[in-house]
Design a protein around this ligand. Structure first.
Ligand SMILES: NC(=O)c1ccc[n+]([C@@H]2O[C@H](COP(=O)([O-])OP(=O)(O)OC[C@H]3O[C@@H](n4cnc5c(N)ncnc54)[C@H](OP(=O)(O)O)[C@@H]3O)[C@@H](O)[C@H]2O)c1
Length: 331
């Protein structure tokens, strides 16, 4: 089968498409014949070595890239009793989904209802689960809360805005262009902030009458992090969940005090789907909202597996507006 692997960390040229053996399922695994593999920013961190020392997301070389996807079960391990060959499924949190087949632990495999298209399921499983835990667990948003979402037209951003609105919060969103502002507004953002044209912190303070927001969801990192903390109301929370602009390498605890005794967390999704039930609860909400029309899932573009590098390039150049998928088998 074909798979995309790296032998060294680096730019997109380290991505190699190779012929490799098809996987066999271990006891607690199923093998999924991929229809679509998802492209996530975390694939870039794995490719460029940002996660080289992460015990949660280890990347021993050579490594196969890709954490999620959707397709059909093609083989079932001996200890798996609730899935069968032919089941439509989506999965997340593996290493190596840029491939025609992937062996996946049953704890991270979710059923895809018949009415939900496999491209939508592939687009939703990781970015949706992320948006879900951010809005319901990292800071359980409720009516009366105001949040700031960075990269509001991005894959996670669009979903997070919508889930925050489902939970009754007011949403401010930063975006990199007027066209992206329209996307964020169409997903429900109450206020959009073009951070290239205005100081986003000043815009947040204006929009909140100087109070600041209850929570900032920051996936941009180095470029935004310090001002994100200063956008908070006293005892608010900064959730730094990504670093598209570069890693945050230092944090002075006194900056948190001076910003209003605010809280700070840097979560990994892995710790918010610690059990199969926890993932299943989130997936039930997400699939339900997608099916009843409350959650629009934007598939930006679909590229063939051998153009994975181009997908990474699009994402790093800030050209994506929603989910990028690699088509493996279609369906
Ligand atoms: N911790 C977790 O559990 C978890 C799980 C999944 C994803 N994530 C994180 O969530 C974030 C969003 O992921 P995604 O897949 O949905 O990507 P995305 O938001 O669709 O793409 C990244 C966006 O970040 C913004 N950005 C700002 N500065 C940038 C820079 N210097 N380089 C590139 N982009 C920049 C751009 O939007 P503008 O043009 O509007 O600025 C860009 O489109 C990533 O940081 C990812 O690591 C975290």
């Amino acid at each position: 089968m074909k798979a995309v692997e790296i032998d060294a960390f680096g730019g997109i040229d380290v991505l190699q498409i190779r012929d490799v053996p098809e996987p066999e399922p271990a006891e607690n695994e199923v093998v999924v014949k991929l229809s679509y593999a998802g492209v996530n920013y975390t694939d870039i961190y794995r490719r460029n070595g940002d996660y080289a020392r992460s015990p949660t997301y280890p990347t021993p070389l050579p490594a196969r890239i890709g954490v999620d996807g959707a397709g059909t079960v093609s083989a079932v391990g001996n200890a798996v009793s609730d899935m069968a060959v032919g089941d439509r499924v989506a999965f997340t949190r593996i290493q190596g989904s840029y491939a025609e087949y992937a062996a996946v632990p049953d704890a991270v495999v979710m059923p895809v209802p018949g009415e939900l298209a496999l491209d939508v399921a592939a687009a939703l499983i990781t970015q949706g689960t992320t948006a879900h835990y951010l809005a319901t667990s990292a800071w359980p948003l409720e009516a009366g809360n105001t949040c700031l979402v960075h990269a509001g037209a991005g894959g996670v951003g669009q979903l997070l805005i919508q889930i925050a609105k489902i939970r009754g919060a007011r949403v401010l969103a930063t975006v990199g262009s007027a066209e992206k502002a329209e996307i964020a507004a169409s997903r429900g953002a109450d206020t959009t902030i073009l951070y290239r044209e205005v100081d986003f912190r000043e815009a947040v303070m204006d929009a909140t009458n100087g109070r600041g927001v209850d929570v900032v969801y920051d996936s941009v990192g180095k470029a935004t992090f310090h001002d994100s903390i200063r956008c908070l109301r006293p005892r608010g929370l900064c959730v730094l969940f990504g670093h598209a602009s570069g890693k945050v390498d230092s944090l002075d605890p006194l900056d948190l005090s001076e910003a209003g005794s605010v809280f700070f967390t840097r979560p990994h999704m892995a710790h918010y789907i610690q059990t199969r039930d926890e993932l299943a609860d989130r997936w039930r909400d997400l699939a339900g909202w997608a099916l009843d029309g409350r959650l629009a899932v934007a598939v930006d573009r679909v590229l063939p597996l051998d153009r994975a590098g181009e997908a990474h390039q699009v994402m790093e150049a800030r050209e994506s507006r929603g989910k990028l998928l690699l088509e493996v088998g279609g369906g």
